[in-house]
Design a protein around this ligand. Structure first.
Ligand SMILES: *[C@@H]1O[C@H](CO)[C@@H](O)[C@H](O)[C@H]1NC(C)=O
Ligand SMILES: *[C@@H]1O[C@H](CO)[C@@H](O)[C@H](O)[C@H]1NC(C)=O
Ligand SMILES: *[C@@H]1O[C@H](CO)[C@@H](O)[C@H](O)[C@H]1NC(C)=O
Ligand SMILES: *[C@@H]1O[C@H](CO)[C@@H](O)[C@H](O)[C@H]1NC(C)=O
Ligand SMILES: *[C@@H]1O[C@H](CO)[C@@H](O)[C@H](O)[C@H]1NC(C)=O
Ligand SMILES: *[C@@H]1O[C@H](CO)[C@@H](O)[C@H](O)[C@H]1NC(C)=O
Ligand SMILES: *[C@@H]1O[C@H](CO)[C@@H](O)[C@H](O)[C@H]1NC(C)=O
Ligand SMILES: *[C@@H]1O[C@H](CO)[C@@H](O)[C@H](O)[C@H]1NC(C)=O
Ligand SMILES: *[C@@H]1O[C@H](CO)[C@@H](O)[C@H](O)[C@H]1NC(C)=O
Ligand SMILES: *[C@@H]1O[C@H](CO)[C@@H](O)[C@H](O)[C@H]1NC(C)=O
Ligand SMILES: *[C@@H]1O[C@H](CO)[C@@H](O)[C@H](O)[C@H]1NC(C)=O
Ligand SMILES: *[C@@H]1O[C@H](CO)[C@@H](O)[C@H](O)[C@H]1NC(C)=O
Length: 794
């Protein structure tokens, strides 16, 4: 209450300061807008004011969405004429009737340059559409408006195109760099090619660079506006007649609808940050809208691409040429490098202009980068498939051979036909990929795109570009490899925003289509639980599919419990917490209503630990991603780790939640004893951990089973109960094993009476006869902890 009173008192004195956004939207002749005041549109949608560029003394006049926390400018009055005087004001010049920026009596910038209006009753108003116009109030005539002079942003209701009667045209022009509103290299225009072909065109320094493809059914051929995954929808419309030809859009559900043409020549959706143009068009006509370039350098391959890297190049790639010309921007440097056959990469200097071109040894994939080096962004040419050049040469050789040996002409024709079919197939595949690449936002300005599933909060999945993943892992350098999981190697990566992630590169043979893969991922992204490693996103690049997980600094459980010194770090309360956490995570996987996930590879190395040693189950999505592709006949493909596999799964290939319960039981025994289930020897007898636990339990010596390092911290009844539950989980017969929810109540509930465990699976008792099947498994134990993953070749 008292605050309210103080607030009211303060505000009666300083109304403007308390509610700055309710300020005026109009200036009249005689008014001056100085650098500390702003115009705000009547509905508060837009704000107009002076804004500085950091680290310079340059100030510009601009318009931005009032609620945009990044204050992205939707229009700039003086992109090429920065103001340095701090006493400059915006005003209507009473003498010339122009909108000007002036200081003292001097005009610094003529904003409106339209001679048609001369009047004494002029107003300049910022509208809720974002349009700023100069109007003659006496005849209600608009003399000038910002919508007629677009900069780099297309707002709803703004026209892009031309008026054939007046010759007026509306194009967007990119900024020079993110810090420099000056005119950049790219221009976005509306260039219909006849009535049937309505399309956008990006020109790079005047040359056609990229086209959206035809507008049809509320989307563009190469610009996936309104695709089924996009959260924000637009109503796209155009006018095509003898008087006007233009395009415009309405945001249907966006908060800050705008399309931004970036300095790198990409189009960004201001609401979702989706990027719609490839980061760099290499001039190969690859079905992504890039305009083919007939003058491609011989030395480049269709697969070559630029990849971002942070840091210093190691010696060997230090020879460089520098061009400090401040008009050169990133894309110019890219083009220079691309066209220079000795170029391996380039950087721009810290002020984002000028080029540093790197040349050096020709083996383009053999360089490394020191990530600790200075953080200037570097672009390096990589050839994901360098052997392709040889293949091309071979094709040429065969063509010549065929010409000289005319007898082979027919064969050659056939060959070419086949090649065409294959090419078309490749192109189709590439197009599908490009569709995702578009979704994925290529790597320039913004290298992530969020795929959302029906706007469900928290279930979003980021699609990373391959270049950003390659950069994060320094091109999958072996020193960044964390390990090899059941489905492929795992790398540590550092994203450009410095976030640490773990990246799993899936084996290529999964054979799953992109669309299924992505749908699957969206489901998996919805699985969120404190005891599951979070899937942050994915990356699809040709046949390569990668999953991006949160990074766990404390490695995996096996790193601790099986190590003689590190196991001491895990006292009983911590281990109990880990066991319970794993159980909770498994319960969530098994019970989650929409999709029942059977992990199939629960083991110590798949349990990661966070900084407080809380367990997080990893690899849980894999099982499902791969399962969907299996047919009945292939369920014999056994994915898992011997020692953790239930007998019915290992031998018959049948799996159920009970096979996960079995693995949980084994894992629990390992956590309690600090020993591996496999290659375990006790009193010179070949007996596995399960058998050992079972024998001690039978003899009433279960306490001997505990890890000796736990002696001081363990809570005996809790420990005995845990062993008891674990033995219930590893019973031979799947129907005897409890489900995860029972496991948890048994573990937590001290007074609950537990059934007596039956003989465990794979028990090779000292006097018991061995069945052939148990023998087979015991032989495998000598192979021990190897993860066995058999993929079907296709
Ligand atoms: C800027 O304009 C506002 C409102 O017109 C005024 O209150 C303020 O004193 C001016 N500031 C300067 C530095 O002139
Ligand atoms: C900005 O102006 C101040 C004083 O006018 C000057 O000392 C400084 O060097 C200028 N900074 C830049 C980046 O031009
Ligand atoms: C801006 O707001 C959006 C949500 O509207 C949020 O996701 C984003 O992190 C914010 N950015 C900054 C720099 O605060
Ligand atoms: C602004 O326009 C007037 C003519 O209307 C011209 O005399 C003046 O030089 C212009 N000023 C600038 C800075 O362009
Ligand atoms: C201004 O903002 C309000 C609230 O966000 C919105 O309802 C309205 O449509 C906006 N007006 C325009 C012209 O965009
Ligand atoms: C300017 O024009 C408006 C609308 O015609 C009128 O209401 C207003 O009184 C005029 N103001 C002056 C100073 O002439
Ligand atoms: C001045 O601007 C108005 C409104 O944009 C336009 O109708 C008129 O043709 C322009 N006149 C000239 C001389 O450019
Ligand atoms: C806008 O782009 C079109 C097509 O490229 C071009 O003909 C026109 O001259 C451009 N207009 C301006 C003002 O640059
Ligand atoms: C238009 O797009 C919608 C949604 O993307 C789709 O359902 C419909 O079949 C399309 N219509 C045509 C004629 O392509
Ligand atoms: C889309 O815009 C057009 C033209 O502005 C309009 O006629 C149509 O009703 C709009 N459709 C939707 C779904 O908003
Ligand atoms: C390094 O560049 C210079 C010119 O920039 C050239 O003369 C020299 O041969 C280059 N050295 C190597 C090893 O490429
Ligand atoms: C950009 O930075 C380079 C050095 O990194 C410097 O030589 C050049 O003058 C700068 N250009 C501009 C326009 O500031």
């Amino acid at each position: 209450m008292i605050y309210l009173i103080i607030f009211t008192i303060l505000c009666t004195n300083l109304i403007i300061n308390c509610f700055p956004a309710t300020g005026v939207s109009t200036i009249n002749i005689g008014d001056q807008l100085n650098r500390t005041s702003q115009l705000v549109s009547p509905g508060r949608n837009f704000t107009l004011g002076f804004f500085p560029i950091t680290d310079t003394n340059n100030t510009y006049l601009g318009i931005w969405y009032t609620n945009d926390n990044q204050s992205r400018k939707v229009w700039v009055a003086n992109p090429s004429i920065p103001i340095t005087s701090s006493s400059s004001v915006l005003m209507i010049d009473p003498g010339t009737s122009k909108l000007i920026i002036a200081t003292g009596g001097t005009t610094l910038v003529n904003i409106s340059n339209n001679e048609s209006g001369r009047g004494s009753n002029l107003t300049a108003t910022l509208e809720d559409t974002g349009n700023f116009h100069l109007k003659d109030e006496t005849d209600n005539r608009i003399l000038w408006q910002s919508f007629d002079h677009p900069t780099n942003v297309l707002l709803p209701d703004m026209k892009l195109g031309s008026d054939l009667r007046t010759g007026q045209s509306w194009n967007l022009t990119s900024w020079m760099s993110n810090e420099k509103p000056d005119l950049g290299a790219f221009m976005l225009s509306w260039e219909p090619d006849g009535e049937k072909s309505q399309r956008l065109m990006i020109r790079r320094r005047g040359q056609p660079y990229w086209t959206s493809g035809d507008l049809d059914n509320q989307t563009f051929e190469f610009m996936s506006v309104n695709n089924p995954f996009s959260q924000f929808q637009y109503n796209l419309s155009y006018v095509y007649n003898d008087e006007e030809r233009y395009f415009s859009f309405h945001g249907i559900n966006g908060v800050q609808p705008m399309w931004i043409l970036t300095p790198q020549g990409q189009i960004i959706d201001g609401d979702s940050s989706a990027t719609w143009v490839p980061e760099f068009c290499y001039g190969y006509d690859s079905g992504n809208g890039c305009v083919a370039d007939s003058n491609l350098p011989q030395c480049r391959n269709e697969d070559d691409m630029f990849s971002h890297l942070n840091g210093d190049f190691t010696p060997g790639m230090t020879n460089s040429s520098v061009d400090d010309n401040p008009d050169l921007i990133n894309s110019d440097c890219m083009v220079r490098c691309w066209n220079d056959c000795s170029c391996l990469g380039f950087t721009t200097s810290s002020n984002e202009t000028g080029c540093v071109i790197w040349t050096g040894a020709k083996s383009v994939n053999n360089f490394s980068v020191n990530p600790q080096g200075n953080s200037v962004q570097k672009y390096v040419l990589i050839s994901p498939n360098p052997s392709k050049g040889n293949a091309k040469n071979r094709i040429w050789a065969s063509i010549f051979a065929a010409i000289f040996l005319a007898l082979f002409c027919i064969g050659l024709l056939r060959y070419l036909k086949k090649r065409k079919v294959r090419r078309e197939e490749e192109r189709r595949q590439k197009r599908e990929d490009e569709y995702f690449l578009e979704l994925m936002a290529s790597d320039g300005f913004n290298d992530e795109t969020v795929l959302q599933s029906n706007g469900r909060k928290g279930s979003e999945l980021i699609v990373f570009s391959f270049a950003s993943i390659a950069a994060a892992t320094t091109d999958f350098a072996s020193e960044n490899k964390l390990g090899e999981g059941g489905f492929g190697p795992v790398y540590k990566g550092i994203l450009r925003d410095k976030r640490e992630v773990a990246i799993k590169r899936l084996s290529r043979t999964s054979g799953q289509g992109l669309v299924e893969f992505k749908n699957e991922l969206i489901l998996i992204a919805k699985l969120q639980h404190t005891n599951l490693v979070r899937v942050l996103g994915c990356c699809i690049h040709g046949e390569d599919k990668m999953l991006v997980y949160e990074y766990m600094p404390n490695k995996s459980l096996d790193f601790f419990i099986f190590d003689e010194t590190r196991k001491a770090l895990l006292d009983w309360p911590k281990r109990w917490n880990i066991i319970e956490g794993i159980a909770q995570g498994m319960l969530y996987l098994h019970k989650y209503s929409r999709m029942r996930v059977i992990h199939r590879d629960l083991k110590a190395s798949n349990v990661l630990l966070d900084e407080s040693m809380n367990p997080k189950i990893a690899d849980f999505g894999m099982a499902r991603i791969f399962k969907q592709n299996e047919t009945e006949a292939m369920t014999r493909r056994v994915v898992g780790t011997y020692g953790y596999m239930s007998p019915e799964y290992a031998m018959e290939g049948t799996f159920s939640v009970k096979s996960d319960v079995f693995s949980f039981g084994v894992l629990t025994l390992e956590i309690v004893s600090g020993r591996r289930n496999t290659s375990f020897s006790y009193l010179d007898k070949t007996v596995n951990l399960i058998g050992y636990a079972w024998e001690l339990w039978q003899q009433g010596d279960a306490l001997d089973f505990e890890d000796p390092t736990l002696a001081n911290t363990c809570v005996v009844p809790q420990l005995l109960r845990t062993i008891h539950v674990a033995l219930l989980c590893v019973q031979e017969n799947a129907t005897d094993r409890p489900v995860m929810s029972d496991v948890i109540s048994m573990l937590i509930n001290d007074t609950m009476s537990l059934p007596t465990p039956k003989r465990p699976a794979f028990f090779i008792g000292t006097g018991a006869s061995r069945s052939t099947s148990t023998k087979r498994m015991s032989d495998d134990h000598s192979v021990n902890n190897i993860t066995i993953t058999e993929m079907e070749a296709r």
